[in-house]
Design a protein around this ligand. Sequence first.
Ligand code: ATP
Length: 416
Amino acid sequence: MADSDAPSGGIVEAPKERKDFILTLPTPDGSSEVIVHLQGNEDATQPPSLVNATKQPRESPTPSQGPQDLETHIILSTGSGHNKAAAFFDDVLSPVLETLGIKNISKHTTQSVSSILELTRDVFLPKANSGTPLRIILLSGDGGIVDLVNGLSSQAQSQEYIAPSVVLLPLGTANALYHSINAGKKNTWGISTLVSTTTKPLPIFTATFSPGAKLLVDEARGEEALPADGVLHGAVVCSWGMHASLVADSDTSAFRKFGVERFKMAAKEALYPSDGSAPHAYRAKVSVLKAGEWTALPEQEHMYLISTLVSKLEATFCISPASKPLDGSLRLVHFAPTSGDEVMRIMGLAYQGGKHVEDGKVRYEESDGLKVEFQEKEDRWRRVCVDGKIVRVEEGGWVEVRKGGKSVVDVVVDDE
Ligand SMILES: Nc1ncnc2c1ncn2[C@@H]1O[C@H](COP(=O)(O)OP(=O)(O)OP(=O)(O)O)[C@@H](O)[C@H]1O
């Protein structure tokens, strides 16, 4: 999408150009290198295809430092994005791994919405707790990583706990974490990190909900209890107001097939109600935590409220330009109710490298936490988004977000 006329809600029209690119990866034993030739998709939001992967001896072999000795798992999240994880594995990843000589990988294919959480609790957590270093290659969107984080946080970690290393391959819709970690770099779809040995702890936040809050599942047809302590962990954003409503309203299989367009479609309905009324003004007492002190915002009504650990919500949608990859800072982005056109204008600035934060209507600041005490009667205005998951809070309830919490996974990043 042309930057200047981007609609709100995180929508990008893909550039219609095809670009080939070549990656050179050392084999884990250091003796050879693999030349991976990929053909970019015309639609840049869709994964590339493999032209070929060829191996050649290295001019000066380096001693083995690669990740070949680690127990490695691959997760294919078949419900993510355009449902391309399994095809990407077969057509691209599997031949590349084979040429690299990386074998003995356990492959897990999701069968349901809870597959990653169950796998994490049943397999990864016990291994990590017993001190086994794990490498997990994750083909999913942000939902996969948040399931890993919550699964690994579901019980106390042992003294021997070793945080699994996670290689992120962005096969979801928005892939906010991946695009934020790799901001300013060429999108290699994570292939460049397959043999990296550099890892960084993944910063997280905790969102604590008032009793009775429920996780909405199955296109909001069902609901599940939250963990007993009411805590969800996130690595991307916690939001309420317009952003959470757009994510929730467009999380149906009917909308999902449109990719990132789904947010735009939901935005039209939310910002221009068919009865001609103004967009909903979300009512709550909102407080911000800084240096141990809570301060209430002067506004009682809100439109947009996000607490974010990342800079980008999509490849080109920069919600927090001051956030640096994996720096652990939490930032608030907020504005009060306004017209649909104004929301479109402000959100359009986010596509211009995050210029919305310079707009007089937008509050943008670093904080240590956020508390929302809801003053809404209708359920639909009390929906909170944690990294794409939707939690409905009870009437009179609240959510409190705080940065920090024990990092339970390390993210594999490009070796320098
Ligand atoms: N086989 C499956 N059946 C049902 N649900 C699935 C299946 N595989 C994955 N899912 C669910 O689909 C959702 C995919 O979320 P994920 O965040 O990975 O992708 P996304 O929403 O397209 O991307 P993003 O969050 O980056 O926009 C998750 O809730 C996941 O549990």
